[in-house]
Ligand binder design. Structure first.
Ligand code: GGG
Length: 365
């Protein structure tokens, strides 16, 4: 049997720094757990633009379609702010999501015990928090047409279109119900059915899909209320399903319940491939953080936990994913903190590299 294949796209800003730490973890699993991967590396985002003049080369896109999983760091940066919209680094990532048809983006927000005091909220509100946000990833206002900046009379108008078909809503909803079935059988769907037509359809379709999952307790919430409830009482939720834009915003909000945006991994999953595993791309929820890039300050945990999700969802290695997550938990319990996780007086932050080394040492322990 050939080794499973993994395409690594470090991207821009802190992407390459956090990915270097994941490479250590991948090597550890090869050396210590007999889990060897065929790893290849390529460019995405601004890094691809600098070399190829586009944020994702066709050859890289083709490779991404062939491998068992893609692991991506982050894209974007001020250097590319003035580029034509079609050439911006983010368009490389959007192309990957769209052409791989990764419609279901799983964003778990878990509060590790060691960080419960550090979250933006009171300890009793977040201790033990374990929720999963399912963000629809290939449609909605990110991709709807018409889009663009047009002349209208004597001024310009910027247009984006929020658009969802029933089948797009249905497949995202189904993936969320399936997850809910494997968790606490509770699903909350968030939209703005009070002001948006797409929200009315979203609610109707999710309700219809729910008939196939009678064991799942389904509720609906307007997304603005959902944001407030996430901050007020996040443990009322188990799985949340929402659209592309609301999912982006709500998951950043949920990140602060866990302590830092540097803690949140994600898995973007599509339809099953010939081997029965879903097409998949794994990436930290955070972006390229140009303000701290190159300073060794970035927290690599979100990217490391994204690899744990790859072990679980693409490589059928749930026990090894648990092992890696436990190593992260141990490191945090030991008080190791990157700068984004500093709150306690007298704690000196570790660098990105030191955090990666600490996770490897915890795996060894
Ligand atoms: N690792 C995530 C990342 O690089 N995000 C930047 C980005 O392109 N975000 C677009 C979005 O997901 O809304």
């Amino acid at each position: 049997m050939p080794n499973p294949s993994l395409l690594i796209l470090p991207g821009d800003g802190i992407g390459p720094e956090v990915m270097a730490e994941v490479r250590k973890i991948i090597d550890w699993f090869g050396a210590n757990r007999g889990l060897k991967f065929d790893v290849s590396e390529d460019l995405v985002g601004g890094a691809a633009y600098d070399v190829h003049g586009v944020p994702l080369a066709d050859e890289t896109m083709a490779k991404a379609q062939e491998v068992d999983a893609v692991l991506l760091g982050a894209v974007g940066g001020p250097k590319y702010d003035d580029l034509d919209f079609s050439l911006k680094p983010e368009r490389g990532l959007l192309r990957l999501r769209k052409e791989m048809d990764l419609f279901s983006n799983l964003r778990p927000a878990q509060c590790f015990d060691a960080l419960a005091d550090f979250s933006s909220l009171k300890k009793d509100v977040v201790a033990g928090l374990d929720i999963m946000i399912v963000r629809e990833l290939t449609s909605g206002v990110y991709f709807g047409e018409p889009r663009g900046i047009f002349e209208e009379g004597n001024e310009r108008v910027g247009i984006n279109t929020q658009r969802y078909t029933e089948s797009e809503i249905e497949r995202a909803a189904r993936s969320a119900f399936e997850l809910a079935m494997r968790r606490n059988k509770k699903l909350c769907s968030m939209e703005k059915a009070n002001v948006m037509e797409s929200g009315v359809l979203w609610r109707e379709v999710v309700t219809r899909v729910g008939k196939d999952y009678p064991e799942v307790e389904l509720s609906h919430m307007y997304a603005d209320n959902g944001a407030m409830q996430l901050v007020r009482a996040p443990k009322q939720f188990d799985v949340i399903v929402t659209d592309n834009l609301f999912g982006d915003i709500l998951s950043d909000c949920a990140a602060m319940l866990t302590g830092s945006l540097g803690m949140l991994p994600s898995a973007s999953l599509g339809a099953p491939m010939a081997n029965g595993r879903p097409k998949a791309l794994y990436e930290p929820v955070h972006g390229s953080a140009p303000d701290i890039a190159g300073q060794g300050k970035a927290n690599p945990i979100a990217c490391i936990l994204s690899f744990a999700m790859a072990l679980r969802y693409s490589f059928d290695q749930g026990a090894e994913a648990d092992r890696l997550e436990a190593a992260v938990e141990k490191v945090l319990a030991d008080g190791v903190r990157t700068a984004d996780l500093l709150g306690e007086e007298g704690v000196t932050p570790v660098s990105t590299t030191q955090m990666g080394d600490a996770v490897v040492a915890a795996l060894d322990a």
